[in-house]
Each structure stands twice: as C-alpha cells, then as structure tokens.
Write a protein that binds this ligand. Structure first.
Ligand code: AVJ
Length: 319
C-alpha cells in the first residue's frame, strides 16, 4: 500500500553485552548513551521531550515550524532527505510539506521503534517514499541503494551531535559531508551554552522521567543480559561540567554491590558512578568553526530570542 522499505544494518554494531563488559572493566565505568534507546528507552525519551524543563524540543520545533518555507527556499524541493536517529520522526513533519523531498530515509538504532514510526509516517504522507534504515548512525550512514538519486539534505535535529565528544563530532560531520556529496546540505539543531541553572534543570526534571530514562540501562541489563542488578540501587545524577562544556549523566550506586557477567565479577563501591551520557553544548562560533574544519559552511543560521537553541543550514564547501 504505502511505499515503505526496510533496511537492517544493525548486526554490525557493538552489542549491549560487549558494551557492558567493556564499560564495567574500566576504572571509570561507563556505558555509551546509544544503549538508552530500546523500545522502552525511546518511549521514555519521548516523555522527556514533554517535560517543561527540557526546553530543546519545544524551542526547536517552534523554530522549525516558522523556518520551514525559508529552509525550503534555500535548499530547494525534491531532495533526498536523510535523518539519522529519526526516532518517532516528529520534527521532520514540520518540514515535509515545505521541502517536498523525493524520498525520506529515517535511520534509527531501535528497529521496532523505527518500524512503527516509518509505517505511521508513510500513512500520513502517501506521496512520500520512505526507506527506513536500522543502523547505529555513530558507526555509518548507509543510504539504501533503492533511494532516489537526488541532491541530499541531511537533517540532524535535537542536538544529537551533543552525544559525541569533540573528536567524534568532527568525525561525524566529516562523514556527513562525504554522505551528502558536493551538492549536499546539512540542517542541524544544536543546543547552545547558557545559564547553568537552565541546563541543570533540563536534565533533572521534577517528574523524574530523565532519571527513569537513565536507569533504563539497568533495566536492559536485567532483561537482555539476565544480570542480577536492581535499578533502584542506582541514583540518577546529571550536572553541567563547565570546563568540558557538557552535561554529564551518571548512575551512582547507592550501595556497595557487584555485577556478574560471563563469570566475571565487577565491583561497584557505594557512591561509585557509571558514566552514561555526555551532552556537549556549543556556542554558535564554536560549532561553526568545527563545521568549517569538516568542510561545511553555513548558508544561514538561526537562534531563538533567548538563544537557547541554534539551527544551522550548511552546505559542502568548495575545494
Ligand atoms: C538526544 C542526546 C540530544 O543530550 O539532551 C535528554 C538526550 N538525555 N535527556 C540530550 C537526553 C537526557 C539528548 N540527546
């Protein structure tokens, strides 16, 4: 009925099992944030986006809604629109009528989530071919061969770039440049540096949804790896690290405990933390100089009135 095709590239990526084994073996224990997003974690993230303290989605959506025509004028219609980490693909809906892409390639790490989001979207936009691609976008950006050969526009909203450290962000932007090619464009939303109280509140919502999202890692370890570990023994901790220019999220063990995996015992002291996420914030000049270093130059960029969030439209620089 609708034009949806599915492409699964998932098996190539690091498994939760390997990430936990590696992450718990380190002195500074850590689990990469992409493991938040199973079906439950993706739903919890959707709920974070509804919390009043978590300003990025509402600010970005207001901006995108108002900018859609201007963006379409600058980028032109009929592009192949690619969105890594599309999730429920809510934001792209603000652009589709104005941009009239030749096709849409949503990419996401959670197959179930991607599948329902892509099917739903194709139902709402019958004119839009959808090539849903299940992939870890931090690893590669595989555009399906079946997708039309049109100039590309890669849409990367939500400040997802913030999860990469600076070197990884640079590597990602360079990969984006290679993926979109010489006539390609990038439309990216990036959270700005601002009053620390605003940042801290955004990751410590009063309803405790971010805390539950953070603890979802422990739920996954129980469910998928059969580990004997109680999510309630971990406390959510999130704070702005000004020196590093990032929000850090941790799960802090409330008590001494150990976790066993593959016959290995990992000890956690009381107060010891599992570092689960970094979310880097960029002043516009910082982001633009990083992008320039990756061969991307701005066509235009926008900030909301309070400078809470920035949206950049960039093109591939001439060489
Ligand atoms: C999806 C990475 C942009 O860093 O703000 C939200 C994830 N973590 N609340 C962010 C997140 C806790 C989010 N990103």
């Amino acid at each position: 009925m609708h034009k949806v095709t599915f492409h699964d590239h998932k098996p190539k990526t690091l498994s939760l099992h390997d990430a936990v084994l590696d992450g718990l073996s380190r002195e500074d224990k850590r689990i990469p944030p992409k493991f938040f997003y199973d079906a439950r974690g993706s739903k919890l993230f959707e709920r974070i986006c509804e919390q009043p303290e978590y300003y990025p989605p509402s600010v970005e959506c207001d901006m995108l809604g108002g900018l859609a025509d201007e963006i379409a004028q600058l980028a032109g219609r009929g592009r192949l629109l690619i969105e890594p980490g599309a999730g429920s693909a809510a934001k792209v809906r603000l652009l589709l009528d104005a941009l009239r892409p030749a096709a849409f390639v949503p990419m996401d790490i959670s197959f179930d989530f991607l599948k329902s989001a892509a099917t739903q979207l194709a139902g709402e936009y019958p004119w839009l071919p959808v090539h849903a691609t299940c992939v870890d976008f931090s690893h590669s950006l595989p555009v399906p061969e079946a997708a039309p050969d049109a100039p590309r526009l890669l849409f990367f909203p939500g400040s997802s770039l913030g999860n990469f450290d600076r070197a990884e962000a640079g590597a990602f932007l360079s990969r984006v440049r290679d993926t979109i090619g010489s006539d390609g464009m990038l439309l990216i939303g990036v959270d700005t540096k601002k009053d620390e109280a605003v940042l801290n509140a955004a990751y410590n919502d009063a309803a405790g949804i971010t805390a539950e999202f953070n603890r979802n890692l422990i739920h996954r370890m129980r469910r998928e790896l059969d580990l004997q570990v109680d999510p309630d023994t971990f406390e959510h901790k999130a704070f702005y690290n000004a020196e590093a220019g990032r929000i850090e999220m941790h799960l802090v063990s409330r008590e001494p405990q150990h976790i066993e995996l593959d016959g290995k015992r990992f000890r956690l002291a009381e107060g010891e933390s599992l570092h689960t996420e970094n979310s880097y914030k960029y002043a516009p000049e910082e982001f633009l100089s990083m992008a320039a270093g990756c061969g991307l130059q701005p066509l235009r960029y926008w900030l909301d009135e309070q400078r809470l969030f920035a949206i950049y439209l960039l093109r591939v620089a001439d060489i």
